[in-house]
Design a protein. Structure first.
Length: 214
């Protein structure tokens, strides 16, 4: 059996796929793909992923792209603890949260707050205070929604971690690298025990992209 994931460790979507693989106990090769190289993605990568994004995935010749498709396949195709809840309502809630993460959390927490406060300054650009402020407002809406959707569950949707938790984790890790984001986070104490338990899992520890990423 050969499992290959194509992408870079900095990518929140690549990390989501890696989390699923580690949680299932699947050995895999991570093949670097620099989609920001001069000239863009290579023709070889565009054959795997015609939109030039990461990750892409291959299992014994079966190729996939789009992270939710990859992670759901990993859960169904391999032995190991289930990453989907057992009930239809919980699976629907998981799908709702993963969609929320993809549609709103990424734009607010990563592209807004983290990029404006850390990524762009690391490239020699000034902090984008407007982008950060707007991202924080939208991040608060995301956190409010997550608290409501989680309810009294131990993890995001049930009594064990699912793809809902692992889709959110890489984005929240970047978000919490920003001091202003931590100030906002401190106003959501009901999520702190959940986050502490999640960051202590081997999958989170073993998929860090940078030292400052939780």
């Amino acid at each position: 059996m050969t499992v290959t994931l194509y992408g870079e460790t900095y990518s929140v979507y690549v990390r989501f796929a890696r989390l699923a693989l580690v949680e299932k106990g699947v050995a895999y090769d991570l093949v670097p793909v620099d989609i920001f190289a001069d000239g863009g993605p290579t023709p070889e990568h565009l054959q795997r992923q015609p939109f030039g994004k990461i990750p892409a995935f291959n299992h014994d010749g079966f190729g996939l792209y789009e992270t939710l498709a990859i992670t759901r396949y990993v859960d169904e195709a391999f032995d190991g603890p289930a990453l989907l809840p057992s009930s239809a309502k919980q699976r629907a809630r998981m799908n709702q949260i993963t969609a929320l993460v993809d549609s709103y959390v990424y734009r607010s927490m990563v592209w807004g707050v983290y990029t404006g406060a850390i990524s762009e300054p690391n490239e020699g650009l000034p902090r984008d205070e407007e982008k950060i402020a707007d991202g924080l407002v939208r991040s608060a809406t995301c956190l409010d929604a997550l608290v409501e959707l989680r309810g009294d569950a131990t993890w995001m949707v049930c009594d064990r971690p699912t793809l809902a938790d692992f889709s959110l984790a890489p984005m929240l890790a970047y978000f919490l690298a920003v001091p202003e984001a931590r100030e906002l986070w401190n106003t959501y104490p009901s999520l702190h025990t959940w986050w502490d338990a999640l960051t202590e899992r081997d999958s989170m520890v073993n998929t860090k992209g940078w030292d400052f990423v939780a």
